[in-house]
Every structure is written in C-alpha cells, then in structure tokens.
Design a protein around this ligand. Structure first.
Ligand code: ADP
Length: 163
C-alpha cells in the first residue's frame, strides 16, 4: 500500500490544492494532506483553522486524510510510512524550488520520492497569497477557493460577521 503525503501551509487551501489532492488520490492508496504547523512565514489562519478548512475541502475523497506536523517533512514522511511526497507545479518558477527541495529531501531520506503533478490549466495562476490579497481588499475569491473557504476569508478580513 503506497502512502503519499501532500505537505503545505494551506493558508488557505485553494481549488488548485484541491485539484492536486484529488488527482493524487486517484493514483495512490492513501494521501495525507499534511498541514505544516510552523512555517517560517506569517499566516492568516491558525493551524486549527487551516486543518478544519482542509478537512471540509477533501471530505468527499475517501482515501484522503488530513494531519498536521511540525518536524522536517521527511521525518514526518518516515513516521507515517509514506514513500511519496506530492507537490504541485504551476510554472517554471515553482520548478526551481521544488527541484531543490526534492534533492535535499532525497539526501535526508533516500527512500522518499517526490512526485510533482502539473497544475491544471484553469488553476495554474492560483496561489494562497493571491487569494489573500484579493480577499483583503474585498474582492471575490469564489473562483479560487471552495465556498466554505471564501466565507472564512470574508470573516477573517471583516467583510462578513458570521458564516
Ligand atoms: P508551501 O508554503 O508549503 O509552499 P503552498 O500552500 O503555497 O505551501 O503550496 C504547496 C504546494 O502546492 C506546492 O507544491 C505548490 O506548488 C502547490 N500549489 C499551490 N497552488 C497550486 C495550484 N494552484 N495548482 C497546483 N499546485 C499548487
């Protein structure tokens, strides 16, 4: 049984992440969306909020689980018995970073393979930071994220009092 992890900040999860998760779930027996608990960047949502948004976004995929981790990604992969790290590629700019990380992770844990899925064309412009920039200014993000995520963004930026 092949377990794959899809590690990311998911701040918040976008339709692009959901597309990659669904496609990975069609390839591997189990896919774990691993929400990074201590990224080296400022986040809008807490770990608990990010996990809740991710859970709702992938609830329809029976072989997808959601988890958090705060150690090295390869240590987490080893701990849960994953052989594969899933990443998404949107453009050449993603490729450079992903290549570097894949080499480093492979040196740290030679049994791990990084599998990159190409972003679907309609989501290749999507990023969590673009979603946040637009939501912060009150623009619609309905074409970028699931409805429950759009609601959470509107609440976070004070555009909507309650769901
Ligand atoms: P991190 O901060 O860990 O990079 P992100 O949430 O920004 O977390 O991205 C995690 C992974 O998801 C990366 O491999 C990234 O390239 C991929 N990704 C992000 N947005 C998309 C998208 N729209 N389509 C496909 N893959 C994506």
């Amino acid at each position: 049984m092949t377990i794959a992890i899809y590690p990311a900040s998911f701040d918040p999860i976008t339709l692009g992440h959901m597309d990659v998760a669904a496609r990975a779930a069609a390839i591997f027996d189990t896919v774990i969306l691993a929400v990074y608990d201590r990224p080296l960047k400022n986040l809008l949502f807490s770990t608990e909020e990010r996990v809740a948004l991710v859970r709702e976004a992938v609830a329809h995929l029976p072989n997808v689980r959601v988890d958090t981790y705060d150690e090295l990604t390869v240590e987490y992969a080893r701990r849960v018995g994953a052989k594969v790290i899933i990443r998404g590629l949107r453009a050449v700019t993603d490729f450079e970073n992903e290549l570097k990380m894949a080499h480093i992770n492979n040196r740290l844990y030679p049994e791990i393979e990084t599998v990159c899925l190409m972003a679907s064309q309609e989501y290749s412009f999507l990023s969590s930071s673009a979603v946040k920039e637009i939501a912060a200014l009150g623009g619609t993000v309905d074409f970028m994220v699931a409805p429950h995520v759009a609601r959470a963004l509107r609440r976070a930026y004070g555009w909507e009092e309650r769901a």
